[in-house]
Design a protein around this ligand. Sequence first.
Ligand code: TRP
Length: 339
Amino acid sequence: MKKKTILTGIRPTGNLHFGHLFGAAQNWLSLQDEYDFYLEIADVQALTDNFSNPQKVYDSVFELASDLLSIGIDPKKVHLFIQSQIPEIAELTVFYSNLVTMARLYRNPTVKSEIAQKKALFGNDGESVTYGFVGYPVSQAADITAFKGELVPVGEDQLPLIEQCREIVRKFNSIYGDVLIEPEAFLSKTPRIKGLDGNEKMGKSLGNAIFLVDDDETIHKKVMSAVTDPQKIKKDDPANPDICMVYYYHKLVNQENLNTVCQECKAGSRGCVQCKKELIQKMSEFLHDFRKKKQYYRDHPEEVLAILEQGTKEAREKAIETTKEVKKVMYIDYFGGEN
Ligand code: TRP
């Protein structure tokens, strides 16, 4: 039986953190055997917010790729590729742009909330919102459809973008003919991972992220300042683990001792400092394999580049095929679809 195709993307704006890993990337690892898996490093999309800082995006592509390989993404199973190196995605973006109204883009909840954030940040009336930014859902529709992605593993915040893609596909197919596949979102089972500060979201810009590349000393500093039950003043006060971020992280990396941690915390027989130190130790053990692999790729950057080049080549073949079909039904294949 033919494997179903899945596609997902990640913006290269820095290293992977625990939020990425537990919220999404671990899920990807479990999908790589069963599906024809396209994993896009969305550098063009990252540029919509970072167009004046291209070197940051460039450096992040390599960091992100080697982070992904180090958590166990297997380039023999997954087409790991760089968005900008597939010009067909840009081509499709232009064709799709006629099928979306400006009003619809401005109504997209993800775009809307991102514009609101920008306004809050820059304090203007939206004058600085670019054409490229407002249009990125169109480009994301091209990311997905270029590979005939059937399932798109994403977090909840991305659902409006998948819906927008589905609308574009329906419109395209109804005007030009049935060429594109209408994708479905494949929601991650794990909810969004909270930050150590108790914030609902972990993020680099929020300053509450633990990165997989963090060393022991950095992790120590971060965990020591994590939010615990404010009612617990003395070391032997009983506390409520359910409102403690240290316990929340024990749940992620210390499954085997979870019961003990929970009972001792409730009974007041475990101090927060001891509990944090145990967590730091567990995180360090958890990161052991990752660190070894990451070091390997740091020492062999040419291997990372070769993997990306190969993955991009494979992905491009598929994108070329789709784009040929698209141009044919759009009556723009003058020279037999070779251009
Ligand atoms: N917008 C996604 C994010 O910010 C990244 C992304 C780019 C993506 N292209 C995609 C996700 C295609 C799914 C499908 O997380």
